[in-house]
Design a protein around this ligand. Structure first.
Ligand SMILES: Cc1cc2nc3c(=O)[nH]c(=O)nc-3n(C[C@H](O)[C@H](O)[C@H](O)COP(=O)(O)OP(=O)(O)OC[C@H]3O[C@@H](n4cnc5c(N)ncnc54)[C@H](O)[C@@H]3O)c2cc1C
Length: 466
């Protein structure tokens, strides 16, 4: 017996910020849109999860104001559920706290003079080298040395990068630096000074990081309020959002080069949705593996080369009114790389004399951190004690949140594989793969939403031209 087929004009795969915002743009334009999302609630990585009496983010998620149009739209949708918060982040480095983004004056104050001079000389040498003999770094290690010099690479980046990604920087692509690694504004100051005496900066460019005086937006229930409001607006405009709907097949017609249907699993049954356009925000290799008929073997082989770094987030309810000074602190040499305290951004915590800590770790699926083994927890709790954040006896609840695809992993040589996947997708005229997972890139929420808006505009243009 064949399954009943429902219809939509645009099928959106994945209901994170990118997919939801694409649905927002399309539903506002009166297009019938259906979002299929395998999560229990909208928002993807950027939602919060209710455990016990509290909300826990998958890593503290705060909205930046950089995209004014999206920001204004979000403020209008969220109304008084949005709380403006001054960025207050720190980096724990060599026994001191530094403001994030790292400032030149803090660096001068905090680092022992001999180390500072050594690092500055290294940076100076790196600048002269790339100024005289421009070179193309072969991997992330070379790109970091080119950007910061050998001593600063050894002092600040090498071990941290290795521990964070689980692979040595020499095995990471140089693209990682230009796409993910935030620029050190302190180093920019030195580079500008060198520029004034004629030593040009010809190194690769890292990413602009957050601004020191930036205002972020949060809510009393954490990250979940924003996707909840977008989803509500989409449904109010006639769109459909189906949660707990895992996309299992992307059915396309090789003769016409078009997606015709999407199959998904929902409430114990398989369903089929016919569509005119498809915007996918699910991990790009997963999309290829679900294509029917399957792409050619070399494309499937390329898909198996595209990997993500999983994350395990430890959400802790702590019997203390406050644990850290600020919104979050980055750590270089602990079992975690960032600890956030969302209560300091307005999260309501129950009971009120307790607080919530969001402890972020990268891991592998099934390893001790992923499984939260007693040893892994012990290491995390011991490091929290060493950093005077809280004592293990104060931790009254521990909730583990996972994402198998937390970070795109830019391992050495991934680029041609990704290009192969993207060319196959480009061969299907009504299919787009965008967002953090679908584009295999590192947007913040506002940039992911902008990607969704652009994909929606492209689909809209084709639909109205047809
Ligand atoms: C630890 C951490 C902290 C962060 N903090 C911030 C921050 O403070 N501010 C900020 O702006 N950004 C932050 N980000 C980035 C932010 O998470 C991303 O920009 C955003 O989530 C990207 O949205 P997306 O829709 O592209 O992807 P995702 O949020 O990953 O959404 C993808 C969606 O696809 C769905 N999906 C996957 N497979 C299937 C399938 N087969 N069928 C159906 N659905 C499927 C998933 O359920 C998910 O909902 C942070 C990221 C991390 C990892």
């Amino acid at each position: 017996m064949s399954l009943p087929i429902s219809q939509t004009r645009v099928a959106i795969l994945g209901g994170g910020p990118c997919g939801l915002y694409a649905a927002r743009v399309l539903s506002r334009a009166g297009i019938a849109v259906t979002v299929l999302d395998k999560g229990a609630r909208p928002g993807g990585l950027a939602t919060s999860h209710q455990r016990g009496n509290n909300w826990y983010d998958m890593g503290c998620h705060m909205l930046h104001e950089f995209d004014n149009e999206i920001y204004q739209d979000m403020m209008a949708l969220m109304g008084d559920e949005s709380i403006p918060v001054q960025l207050d982040a720190k980096i724990r480095w060599a026994g001191s706290f530094y403001r994030y983004p790292l400032q030149f004056q803090d660096m001068i104050r905090g680092i022992p003079p001999a180390t500072l001079i050594h690092n500055c000389l290294g940076l100076f040498a790196a600048q002269i080298r790339s100024s005289l003999v421009p070179w193309t770094p072969k991997n992330a290690e070379e790109a970091l040395i080119m950007l910061y010099g050998h001593p600063l690479y050894e002092f600040f980046f090498k071990d941290f990068t290795h521990r964070y990604w689980g692979i040595h920087p020499s095995q990471l692509s140089a693209t990682f630096i230009t796409t993910k690694m935030p620029r050190l504004s302190a180093v920019d100051v030195i580079k500008r000074a060198l520029g004034k005496i004629g030593i040009k900066d010809r190194s690769v460019k890292a990413v602009d990081s957050a601004l020191l005086d930036e205002t972020l937006h949060y809510s009393r229930t954490g990250a979940e309020a924003m996707p909840r409001h977008i989803a509500k607006a989409v449904t109010a405009a006639g769109g459909q959002i189906i949660q707990n709907a895992e996309v299992t097949q992307l059915i396309h017609n090789p003769d016409t080069g078009r997606v015709t249907h999407v199959q998904y699993h929902h409430e114990g049954a398989d369903h089929t949705l016919a569509c005119d356009e498809c915007i996918s925000t699910i991990p790009i290799p997963h999309l290829l593996l679900r294509a029917s008929p399957p792409p050619p073997d070399p494309v499937l082989t390329a898909a198996s080369e595209i990997r993500y770094k999983p994350i395990a987030i430890y959400g802790l309810l702590v019997k203390k009114t406050k644990c850290i000074d600020g919104l979050y602190i980055y750590y270089r040499d602990r079992a975690f790389h960032r600890v956030g305290e969302p209560k300091n951004a307005g999260l309501i915590v129950n009971p009120p004399d307790h607080t919530v800590l969001i402890v972020e770790t990268t891991c592998e699926i099934g390893d001790p951190k992923w499984n939260a083994t007693p040893d892994a927890k012990d290491q995390i709790f011991a490091d929290l004690e060493l950093e005077n954040i809280c004592h293990r006896d104060d931790i009254v609840e521990t909730h583990i949140l996972h994402s198998e695809t937390g970070y795109p992993l830019f391992s050495l040589g991934f680029e041609p594989h990704l290009d192969q996947l993207k060319s196959w997708i480009a061969s299907i005229s009504n299919l787009q793969s965008v967002g953090r997972q679908g584009g295999f890139t590192y947007p913040n929420m506002h940039s992911a939403m902008r990607m969704g808006a652009k994909a929606a505009d492209a689909a809209l243009k084709r639909l109205t031209a047809a």
